[in-house]
Design a protein around this ligand. Structure first.
Ligand code: FES
Ligand code: FES
Length: 148
């Protein structure tokens, strides 16, 4: 089967594996991370038809005919997406293991709500965990991205 990821079609050898496994082990797209593996931490978040989804909980075969976006697909011609730039500018990470998931969830949030309140941001990103505790700077970065 084929998957459309970041506007590119990929032929998939193992469609009954999780989407996370296919991304990382088959396609070498290493931005989505495995944290909990059970849909709790958000480290594996990708966008599927513009919605944030835990790629550890989905089989690749469930994503046929869908548009998948990973962190590798956000920058355009070497220019960071405004959410990536805001995370960079506000040092919204320490180890950065959680960062691709937070950034993709933020992109989805701002697509749905271009001027979220702090409570909106906290609620929307509540499925993304940061073990380093960078939440204050993440909130600043999301605010900056929404103002940009
Ligand atoms: S690894 Fe998928 S939610 Fe934690
Ligand atoms: S920056 Fe390390 S887990 Fe978030």
């Amino acid at each position: 089967m084929k998957l459309k990821i970041n506007n590119t079609e990929y032929e998939i050898r193992n469609p009954t594996r999780t989407l996370l496994s296919v991304l990382r082990d088959e396609l070498n797209l290493l931005g989505a991370k495995e944290g909990c593996g059970i849909g709790v931490c958000g480290a594996c978040t990708v966008l599927i038809d513009d919605k944030p989804q835990s790629s550890c909980l989905m089989l690749a075969v469930q994503c046929a005919e869908k548009e998948i976006v990973t962190i590798e697909g956000l920058a355009r011609e070497g220019v960071l997406h405004r959410v990536q730039q805001a995370f960079y500018d506000h040092a919204a990470f320490q180890c950065a293991y959680c960062t691709p998931g937070f950034i993709l969830a933020t992109v989805a949030l701002l697509n749905e709500n271009s001027a979220p309140s702090d409570d909106d941001i906290r609620e929307y990103l509540s499925g993304n965990l940061c073990r380093c505790g960078s939440y204050v700077n993440i909130l600043r970065a999301v605010r900056a991205a929404s103002d940009a």
